[in-house]
Design a protein around this ligand. Structure first.
Ligand SMILES: Nc1nc2c(c(=O)[nH]1)N[C@@H](CN(C=O)c1ccc(C(=O)N[C@@H](CCC(=O)O)C(=O)O)cc1)CN2
Length: 265
């Protein structure tokens, strides 16, 4: 029993500020960790903290033996450099897969990143598990700051377009057999943007507050898209929970590697 407690995977989560959506995502992550026996610890820093203070916490978590994975909840307040902070996370603990070494290895064919970003990995996993043949299909990816999903889709298909900055994205999306949207604009993708039979992966997740209260909404107008799509992931209940599963998977992988390395040395 003592041994199994010692060998629990550990996840360090950093939250800077008090964004409601980030707080809610962290709550979901903590709960999921609890359910599978990952020990999570959340470090909260105030909105006006300095970059030095954030880097000190990252360094502390980097050195902590019981923490195998680290994630910095994004977005960060605008006075902080996301680049400097993500670069400071130890590559072996980068369970979000956002460190440039992991992204670089992912982008280069034939190299293996230690971790693949959770949402993008989740998107490909959904396609595989639903038996969607990707190779040879025309895939279109809209949005994403990091172009990570693009790398994964390029690796799996022979025909690919991107329309992050298009004036009329619907002209491109209408040709897609597989459409992935990660823009963060609720109901952006309308029914007339879609080819009949398309597979739609909605990676959007925007907290919307109106007279009915607060809820998370995707990029795709679901009621219209369902009439055209052969398969569609809803929001909530689609890629979001799979993203969380991928985070748990990456954390367990990080812990397994750490224990293997410590047994060898
Ligand atoms: N460090 C990171 N920051 C952010 C990431 C990330 O992967 N790493 N991604 C997003 C937000 N995100 C995780 O942090 C995330 C978004 C949505 C969900 C989710 O499960 N959504 C549910 C709905 C939840 C609700 O109703 O409140 C769903 O879609 O069913 C999980 C994680 C930005 N920041």
């Amino acid at each position: 029993m003592k041994n199994s407690i010692k060998k629990s995977p550990g996840l360090g989560i950093m939250l800077v500020g008090k964004r409601k959506d980030s707080q809610s995502f962290i709550h979901i992550k903590k709960k999921a960790c609890e359910e599978v026996g990952i020990i999570s610890e959340v470090v909260d820093l105030p909105e006006d903290c300095t970059e030095g203070e954030v880097l000190d916490v990252v360094s502390e978590l980097n050195h902590k033996e019981s923490v195998h994975g680290i994630l910095v909840q994004l977005p960060l307040p605008s006075h902080l450099s996301e680049q400097n902070i993500i670069n400071a996370v130890k590559v072996e603990k980068d369970v979000d897969g956002f460190h440039p070494v992991n992204i670089g290895n992912l982008a280069m064919m034939g190299r293996e990143p230690l971790f693949t970003p959770c949402a993008s990995k989740g998107c490909i996993e959904v396609l595989h598990r639903c038996g969607v043949e990707i190779m040879g299909k025309k895939a279109v990816v809209i949005g994403t700051n990091y172009r990570i999903t693009h790398f994964l889709v390029i690796a799996e298909t022979s025909c690919y377009s991107e329309c992050g900055t298009c004036i009329h994205p619907e002209e491109i999306t209408r040709e897609a057999d597989i459409l992935v949207s990660d823009v963060g604009v609720p109901n952006l993708v309308r029914g007339h943007w879609l080819k009949p039979g398309v597979v739609v992966i909605d990676m959007g997740s925007t907290l919307v507050t109106d007279s009915k209260g607060s809820r998370v909404t995707g990029d795709v107008c679901y009621e219209e898209a369902i009439l055209k799509a052969s398969l569609i992931t809803p929001v909530p209940g689609g890629v979001g929970p799979i993203t969380i599963s991928m985070l748990l998977y990456n954390t367990v992988e990080a812990a397994k590697r750490a224990y293997q390395w410590s047994e060898k040395s």
